[in-house]
Design a protein around this ligand. Structure first.
Ligand code: UDP
Length: 143
């Protein structure tokens, strides 16, 4: 397994529930390290750009509206197999289908408002990390 980086977004519903600490505890317990983090309130343009791949999907407008409805926390997570590991920690997109003990099973209310984002491939992770962070903002434990 290789050390990877992935992008996490704690979405407005998770932030609104004051669950940031509980979610980060799960991320750290899974062996991933937070190497960059920032609170931000996305603009419509930022949310549309981030989810551009979904722009033709019927849920796109509501997804953008949700993502700009409140502050989010954007993070870069680093660790062995980070992309797949974080997807496992998050659980399935639809919280009704998510395994018990995952972030989405425990903190998400619906497939539309599902608490967390995690990159779904290493290539997407690289692009998504660059969308939010400059290289100098990423602070691995060892240089
Ligand atoms: N989404 C939605 N309705 C749907 C499917 C997806 O609102 O029917 C939203 C949901 O917030 C999801 C995001 O679109 O997290 C991206 O969808 P994707 O299928 O890429 O799921 P993910 O990678 O986030 O698990």
């Amino acid at each position: 397994m290789a050390v990877e980086r992935t992008l996490s977004i704690l979405k407005p519903d998770a932030v609104g529930k004051n669950a940031i600490g509980q979610i980060i505890a799960r991320i750290e317990s899974a062996g991933l390290q937070v190497v960059a983090a920032r609170m931000t309130h996305l603009t419509q343009g930022e949310a549309e750009g981030f989810y551009a791949v979904h722009s033709e999907r019927p849920f796109f407008g509501d997804l953008v509206k949700f993502m700009i409805s409140g502050p989010v926390m954007v993070m870069v997570l680093e660790g062995e197999n980070a992309v797949a590991t974080y997807r496992d920690v998050m659980g399935a997109t639809d919280p009704k289908k998510a395994t018990a003990g995952t972030i989405r099973a425990d903190f998400a209310d619906s497939i539309d408002e599902n608490a967390a984002h995690g990159s779904d491939s290493l290539d997407n992770a690289k692009n998504e990390i660059a969308y939010f962070f400059r290289a100098t903002e990423i602070c691995p434990r060892t240089r």
